[in-house]
Structures are given as C-alpha cells and as structure tokens.
Design a protein around this ligand. Structure first.
Ligand code: ADP
Ligand code: MG
Length: 365
C-alpha cells in the first residue's frame, strides 16, 4: 500500500515537518542565545511538531533535550510523574547524569509511577518528590548544554503553587538552560507571561505560531503529490480556499484529495468535489461532538460567525443572545483558542468546524 505524503494523526516526526523553516530557524536561534520563549497558537497549528523538529536538530548538534508534557495535568503527584517521565527520557549526555543525580537523593528515575502506587503510608510525598525532580533537572541541565521544552505549559496552572515552584527553581538559570514553553490556549499563555501577579511574568518572549502561508500550502501539497507521481494541478489553491492555512486541516484535506487521485493521475476539478464530500463525511461526527461541548451562548456565537453574521444585530436577537452574553461567549471562545480576532473581527479558527456549523444550521432554501 502506498503511504500518504500527508500525515495528520498527532504530532509529526521531525522529518515530516514542512513549511516551518522560518519558525524553526527562529526558535533554534532563540534557544541558542538562551532567550526564553513562549510559543503560542491554537490547537493543531503544529507547535508540538515544530518543537519536535527543533529538539531533534539540537539533539543531533550535541545538545541534551528534556521534553516535559504538561497536557491536562491534574495534581502534584501527576505533575511529579510528568517530570519523572521527562527526565528518564532525556536525550543526550544529560540522560545518565540525571539518573545518577536522582539516585544520590534516593530517587529511582523513571519509576515514580510504581512508588506512587504503593500503600498510602508507604508512598513518597508528591510535593517533596516534585521539588527534588525539578532540582535534579536544574542541576543536570546547568552542567551540559540543554534544551528543556515544556509542552502544553498552561496545564501547570491546575496544580496550585507549581508554577511558582518552577519559577523559583529556574530563575537563576535562565542564562544557562535553553527554555521553551508552548501552549494551546493563547489567552492563558499570554496571561501567564504578561500578568504581574503570575510567577512567569515577563520571563519569556511570546512567539505566535501562524497559519501556513499560501506559499507553504502550495509547496506542501505540490511536493506531496509530485513525490508520489501525481499532478496537483489547482488543488493547492482549492485547499487554501477551504482551510485558510490551518495546518491540521490543510494536511487532512490534502490527504483526502490525494486518496481521491489515483497514482499517476492528475487532480481534476471533479476530484475536489469528491474529496470535499469525503472530508465532510469523515469529520462531521467529530465536529458535531466538538460543537455539543460548547455552552449555549458559545454555540450561538459560532453559528453567527460561521454564517457571516454580526454578533450584535438582528440575527443574534433572533437566536436569543443578548449583547452581553454574545460578548462574554466571544471572549471565552477567544480565550480557548476557538476564535481568533484579526482586524477587530472574530473568526472561527477551525475552518471545518465552521463549515459544519454553517451546513448544519443553513436556512432551508
Ligand atoms: N509543519 C507541519 N507540516 C505538516 N503538517 C503539519 C505541520 N504542523 C502541523 N501539521 C499538521 O497538524 C497536526 C497537528 O500538529 P501538532 O504539532 O500536534 O499541533 P499542536 O501541537 O499545535 O496542537 C499534524 O498531525 C499535521 O497534520
Ligand atoms: Mg501539541
């Protein structure tokens, strides 16, 4: 079976990352110069993928890399386990150093899960273990060139005091360790680094990951088609018109169109109609599930925006949303990364969710 040149399940392998040369160069330079960076952008814009690539490049150049995944952390013990996993999986010379350092303070790195599953009075204290793990990381990372990536960093906010602890342990080492914080809730990320009351206030420069440019979409789609003996014809334009450079949706649409185009074949206009129908059929259920997770006024706001309506006019009135609740829902959706505001106009970030909402609530002809 032919392998699709448009992978789109989960984060990519380093060599699958396309169209991000400028971002990768910028992140690499920032890390090299020890300028602490917070990378923010909506879900599925390719933050993890871009960082995976940067981590791989830097690792090949001799740096050690620690990758801490804070996605949906729930407690101090959970957070400690994330650090334990991250330290045990460190790449490069740091790896064995960390194991040794941990052992000297009585920690069996990589096996915290087992320790935590012992009987209550036998279990280590999560706060103490977390502090020790962070100390171990700092001690190890200051001894050899190291990059530490915190992915889905806002997850740390669910654990009271954890961001403060991390800040305290790291604060004298910002010059020694390459640090990147990434997160999918743009407003929360921004707040974490720009509100005075927050532990990481003014500790990092914010870098936003943007949608693919039209040039990147053309290059990615054309390369994928050509490298598998297909002619993309005007497909890149059609994909950009649909997905607007949303990285995940671009890849998903390209994959569907690729599957609809046989080997050795050229893409035709009719192929796009088939591909779009398949794409919708494959994503309708998921979009319905996503939509049902929003609050009532958020649903109304999504309906209005997908339909090209104002949030404060007659259409809003007919849906029963007051200006106050529309405003509030809009702010929540911006905070969660479901809407983005450009030139003062809110837009639905996910073009296929917008497409589903528009079709689902289309006025009958
Ligand atoms: N640079 C890229 N090249 C190709 N596809 C990408 C790229 N960045 C993101 N994607 C697509 O988006 C999906 C999600 O990427 P991911 O890195 O997990 O995003 P995030 O971490 O921002 O949520 C990938 O599986 C892929 O389909
Ligand atoms: Mg990610």
């Amino acid at each position: 079976m032919e392998i699709s040149p448009f992978p789109h399940q989960g984060p990519l392998e380093p060599d699958q990352v396309k169209g991000r040369d400028d971002l990768i160069a910028e992140l690499t330079e920032r890390i090299t110069q020890r300028r602490v960076t917070a990378l923010l952008g909506p879900r599925r814009f390719g933050k993890t993928s871009a960082l995976t690539r940067v981590a791989d490049d830097m690792s090949k150049a001799g740096a050690s890399v620690v990758w801490v995944d804070l996605y949906e952390v729930t407690s101090t013990a959970d957070l400690a386990r994330r650090f334990d996993t991250a330290l045990a999986a460190a790449r490069g010379p740091l790896r064995s150093r960390l194991t040794d350092l941990a052992a000297t303070v009585g920690l069996n790195l990589g096996f915290l899960r087992a320790e935590f599953s012992r009987r209550r009075d036998d279990r280590p204290d999560p706060d103490a273990v977390l502090a020790t793990l962070v100390d171990t990381l700092v001690a190890g990372a200051t001894g050899t060139p190291t990059v530490v990536m915190f992915d889905e960093f806002p997850g740390i906010d669910r654990v009271v005091g954890a961001a403060g602890l991390l800040r305290t342990k790291l604060q004298h080492h910002f010059q020694e360790i390459g640090l990147v914080f990434a997160g999918s809730q743009p407003s929360l990320m921004r707040a974490m680094f720009s509100e005075r009351a927050r532990p990481f206030y003014a500790q990092a420069d914010l870098v936003a990951i943007t949608p693919f440019t039209v040039a990147a979409v053309h290059e990615i789609v054309a390369d994928g088609f050509e490298s598998t003996g297909r002619d993309p014809a005007e497909l890149p334009g059609a994909i950009f018109a649909l997905a607007g450079g949303h990285p995940y949706r671009t890849m998903q649409a390209a994959d569907v169109a690729w599957r609809a185009t046989g080997p050795g074949a050229a893409y035709h206009r009719q192929t796009w109609a088939t591909a779009l129908a398949t794409l919708r059929a494959e994503t309708d259920l998921a979009n319905e599930a996503i939509f049902s997770g929003f609050a009532t006024s958020e649903k109304a706001v999504l309906r209005l925006l997908a339909g090209g309506e104002s949030l404060f006019g007659t259409a809003a009135e007919l849906l029963g949303v007051s200006s106050g609740s529309a405003q509030n829902a809009r702010d929540n959706l911006v905070a969660s990364g479901d809407l983005t505001v450009t030139d003062d106009r809110p837009r639905v970030v996910d073009p296929l969710l917008a497409d589903w909402v528009k079709r689902r609530f289309a006025a009958p002809a």
